[in-house]
Design a protein around this ligand. Structure first.
Ligand code: F6P
Length: 318
């Protein structure tokens, strides 16, 4: 097993579950360090049950992670395949986001090799699963941060633009806004269709309130919190505007109960899938049930945002 791409809280819970479930079923487990990089360089160690003790509560990933450019080349993937053969590894569990599963898919096809993926990303942008590992914890972190920002925003009667992560997806921004009682969210899915900022300002964001908080998803399309704030400063010079970019603190911290439980269920399901001769599938959760989602669907299809939530946000922010 390996973790790759951006780390996400709950990855350790997944590592623990994959290890223990595999050993429970009589398999040998090896941990590959630094994602696909370690697969190429052979940074690998056998994992016993003790190796995964006392990690369920820890953020980050004990296997470390990396964004690996070599794995994007046929030579890099060939080297990775040779490592797997040398180490007598018969199947791979890859935990990560869109980039990780894209790499897994190409590799599995190229070498006809069994790979099962676990959705590990705070972005929640994988199709076929209601949620991804790390998303709930990141959402809670955003909520706690915005709660704190509100104290100072309301004391100073300021308009705050808070930028959250999401890599061209608005799940964290929209649900973070709902959870923290923010006045609005600017998300790429909608920004592509219309000028959300104009809408928000036309609707009269500050008619009944002296302070406001708008969550902005990081994205070229939204312009990010800085871009939006610059526009507002020009058009409404009387507004006292401030920007906070939450950044990588959204990726850290002890995983929430939901992320731990989900990662544990998904880790066990990954081994079940391999025992059932499944390959090239991502483990997902839909309506509380484990599902197998072909890599091609999980990666290619754009996961839709629930547009009803925008209306809920609009109604509750008057
Ligand atoms: O995919 C997870 C994520 O945190 C995105 O939300 C963000 O755009 C990106 O990773 C940041 O990546 P890095 O840590 O490599 O700068």
């Amino acid at each position: 097993m390996l973790t790759s791409g951006g780390d996400a809280p709950g990855m350790n819970a997944a590592i623990r579950a994959v290890t223990r479930s595999a050993i429970f079923h009589g398999m040998t487990v090896k941990g590959i360090y630094r994602g696909y990089k370690g697969l190429i360089t052979g940074e690998i160690a056998e994992f016993k049950t003790q190796n995964v003790s006392n990690i369920i509560q820890r953020g980050g990933t004990i296997l470390k992670t990396a964004r690996c450019m070599e794995f994007k080349t046929p030579e890099g993937r060939k080297q990775a395949f040779e490592t797997l053969q040398k180490e007598n590894i018969d199947a791979l569990v890859a935990i990560g986001g869109d980039g990780t599963l894209t790499g897994a898919r190409i590799f599995a096809q190229e070498f006809n090799y069994p790979v099962v993926g676990l959705p590990g990303t705070i972005d929640n942008d994988l199709f076929g699963t209601d949620v991804t590992i790390g998303y709930d914890t990141a959402l809670n972190t955003i909520m706690q941060c915005v709660d704190k920002i509100r104290d100072t925003a309301s004391s100073h009667d300021r308009l705050f633009f808070v930028e959250v992560m999401g890599r061209e997806c608005g799940f964290l921004a929209l649900n973070g806004a709902l959870a923290s009682g923010a006045e609005a969210a600017i998300i790429p899915e909608i920004s592509m269709e219309k000028d959300q900022l104009s809408d928000i300002l036309d609707y009269g964001i500050r008619t009944s309130k002296n302070s406001s908080i708008v969550l902005v998803a990081e994205s070229e399309v939204t312009g990010g919190a800085m871009g939006v704030a610059e526009r507002v400063k020009k058009e409404y010079p009387n507004f006292d505007v401030r920007v906070t970019i939450l950044g990588h603190l959204q990726r850290g911290g002890s995983p929430s109960a939901q992320d731990r439980i989900m990662a544990t269920r998904m880790g066990v399901a990954a081994i079940d899938a391999l025992l059932e001769d499944q390959r090239n599938v991502m483990i997902g959760i839909q309506n509380e049930q484990i599902v197998y989602v072909p890599f091609s669907k999980a990666i290619r299809n754009e996961k839709p945002i629930n547009r009803d939530l925008l209306e809920v946000l609009r109604i509750t922010s008057i």
